[in-house]
Design a protein around this ligand. Structure first.
Ligand code: PMV
Length: 322
């Protein structure tokens, strides 16, 4: 038995499209920041087939049908060890009540670590990142803390994340805003597939993201928070342009996502540096300096008092817990 905790990450340069859907190999490298506020804890116990006839999955204490992605991670670990044992997986998401910001990134990073440890598989962080990638692409990055880059690679063993700056020694904050946690969006897997196969802008997205990776690494090394924000916002809008230009077009923006974005532009005109990024859902994340975060939340609260705001900071790598 082993238990692990992993934290979510926000992509600053995004992964949006698989060139190999079986192996989850992305078209471009991506860069993220692991966050300290949202995490998943997962416990995995292996039993002999006589004791447990098939894998079982519990989410927040509720038994759920086994998901294909969880199954894929367990099968991958069993394949590595040659084991025939079945697993009980118990997982719990820790997010502020009603925040609805749970993410597959923390879930599959925690599962990769707990399952490999429970199976006595001695893994390097790089190997853990590869295992997590089989659950979800973004999970490959949540094995590490701080700023992380996922190398697209060309094969199972060359596509993995690595730390860019694990201990973040400059004051960057990310404000997560909950607009809507009920809306059933197009899943990221489906959405990225639609963009890849139908958007005429897709190849431009890949080219521009590869360039942005280089610029983002420079901005991180220079600890230049406004430049990190500018690059992240531009890259997010490029990604969302591939959804608007897909056939049929679709979007993850909700009306309030646009309203928040316009308010962020107004906040910038007033001299505060703040930039918006958005994944496959309507909830924006804002990038700003730590000393501006409370001020920015106060301005936004006046305009959008019903939204839920969580100020996050750089978070740690995935870890075993007792
Ligand atoms: O790893 P998935 O399947 O949850 O896809 C993540 C896609 C984005 O969140 C939109 C971008 C990213 O790089 O995390």
């Amino acid at each position: 038995m082993a238990k692990a905790r992993a934290y979510t990450n926000i992509a600053l340069i995004k992964y949006w499209g698989k060139k190999d859907t079986q192996l989850t190999l992305p078209y471009n490298n991506s860069i993220s920041l692991t966050l300290d506020q949202f995490y998943t804890e997962t416990e995995v116990t292996f039993f002999d087939p006589q004791q447990l006839a098939h894998d079982q999955f519990f989410f927040d204490d509720q038994p759920l049908p086994m998901s294909t992605k969880v199954q894929r991670v367990l099968d991958y670990v069993r394949h590595q060890t040659g084991s025939q044992q079945n697993a009980v997986v118990k997982t719990r998401n820790f997010v502020p009540t009603t925040a609805g910001l749970a993410s597959s990134a923390s879930a599959f990073a925690a599962l990769a670590l707990a399952a490999s440890q429970a199976a006595d598989l001695a893994c390097t962080p790089k190997e853990l990142s590869i295992i997590a990638r089989h659950g979800s692409g973004s999970a490959s990055r949540s094995i590490f803390g701080g700023f992380v880059e996922w190398e697209a690679g060309r094969s199972d063993t060359t596509s993995y994340a690595k730390p860019l700056m694990s201990k973040v020694d400059f004051p960057i904050s990310v404000i997560a805003i909950l607009i809507n946690h009920k809306q059933k969006a197009i899943s990221s897997t489906q959405g990225m597939q639609n963009s890849v196969s139908t958007s005429p802008y897709y190849s431009q997205w890949v080219k521009s993201s590869q360039k942005a990776v280089t610029l983002m690494k420079q901005a991180i090394q220079a600890k230049d928070i406004p430049q990190i924000g500018r690059l992240a916002e531009h890259n997010a809008m490029m990604m969302h342009a591939t959804t608007l230009s897909a056939q049929p077009p679709f979007t993850y923006f909700a009306p309030q996502t646009i309203a928040v974005w316009q308010e962020i532009q107004a906040i910038r005109r007033k001299g505060l540096s703040c930039y918006l990024t958005l994944d496959a859902g309507p909830n924006p994340k804002l990038i700003c300096a730590k000393h501006d975060a409370a001020k920015i939340v106060a301005v936004l609260k006046q305009k959008f008092p019903k939204l839920h705001y969580v100020i996050c900071h750089p978070g740690p790598s995935a870890q075993l817990i007792s």
